[in-house]
Write a protein that binds this ligand. Structure first.
Ligand code: OOG
Ligand code: MG
Length: 302
């Protein structure tokens, strides 16, 4: 177990310093990998971060084929990794970031059993999102346990305006654009064959990890398309049919224009003020940032 603690510390350090580490030499299984992830997150929470929710990975064939990994994985989404919709986000702390389009669900009530996931109001709202993933391993290469230990490469997330959840609209077109060019297209039906399965799957994996889903949390259902490299200056936009769009611009602060940076995911020592932005009837959204409509427009055209 000590080695697993050491691996958590190594991955934590890699994320904080933006320096990739080699894959662990030691063999370990999926159960141990989730223990490493838990320890990694514990280290972050100890520094004042909070959980904003959870995420699934490798829910689509496009992602599984891209990464050569063939099981659905579960990760934790730290609040400090939120990037505001429409904002400039400082990506200088990342190693080799990529972006991917996500369906984001807003958890509406405490979900402590598979049955709770079926209760009305389990999902309070839904939005188009973008996830920034950034493996802490060299060359973005890993085994299934490696990527689970590394908190499923979670590095940043952006949530567009929340929309009312309509379960009958499950198979929706997805477009990912970089600098106005379409770089990926897909459909939300690629997520587990039906994205409505994401909640049950997240609950199952959360329970295995000893967690329940809390109201106000986000759930990233897993990218419907392969991820794309994220480079400084890129303007990234994702659009999902009926759900609207979400965007941000990747920036690297220069000494003279540091004021443009809107979010520094890894170096934020404590979560900033929360942005209440979802609909008034949504419980407990205070932990969810990036929920308001295009709050970061001030720097957008500069
Ligand atoms: C792991 C993260 C996978 C998704 O949406 O499939 C993921 C990775 O690709 O590095 O977030
Ligand atoms: Mg993802």
């Amino acid at each position: 177990m000590t080695d697993l603690h050491k691996l958590a510390a190594v991955l934590d350090e890699a994320a904080r310093t933006g320096r990739a580490v080699p894959r662990p030499e030691q063999d370990y299984g999926v159960a141990d990998a989730y223990r490493v992830q838990e320890e990694l997150i514990r280290l972050r929470l100890e520094r004042g971060d909070r959980l904003a929710g959870v995420k699934l990975g490798f829910t689509s064939e496009g992602k599984r084929r891209q990464m050569g990994v063939h099981d659905v994985i579960f990760g934790r989404v730290p609040e400090s990794s939120a990037i505001l919709d429409g904002s400039y986000a400082d990506i200088s702390g990342f190693i080799h970031p990529r972006v991917e389009p996500e369906v984001v669900y807003l958890i509406g009530r405490r979900i402590a059993s598979p049955g709770d996931a079926l209760a009305p109001g389990a999902v309070a709202a839904v939005a188009a999102g973008i996830e920034v993933i950034d493996s802490r391993y060299e060359d973005f290469r890993f085994s299934l346990p490696d990527v689970i230990a590394d908190n499923t490469s979670a590095a940043g997330y952006v949530v567009g305006p929340w929309q009312p959840y309509d379960p009958s609209r499950w198979n929706l077109g997805v477009v990912l654009e970089i600098d106005g060019r379409v770089v990926q297209t897909g459909s939300t039906g690629a997520i587990l064959g039906d994205p409505r399965r994401a909640l049950a799957e997240a609950v199952r994996l959360a329970l295995q990890a000893g967690m329940v889903l809390e109201p106000g949390w986000v759930l990233l259902a897993g990218a419907a398309t392969p991820a794309e490299p994220l480079v400084p200056g890129a303007r990234v936009r994702a659009e999902i049919q009926h759900l609207g769009s979400v965007s941000f611009t990747a920036s690297v602060p220069e000494p003279a224009s540091a004021s443009e940076s809107a979010s520094v995911p890894e170096s934020a020592s404590a979560p900033g003020p929360t942005t209440p932005g979802a609909s008034a009837e949504t419980p407990g959204v205070s932990g969810v940032r990036g929920a308001s409509e295009r709050p970061g427009t001030s720097g957008e055209e500069s």
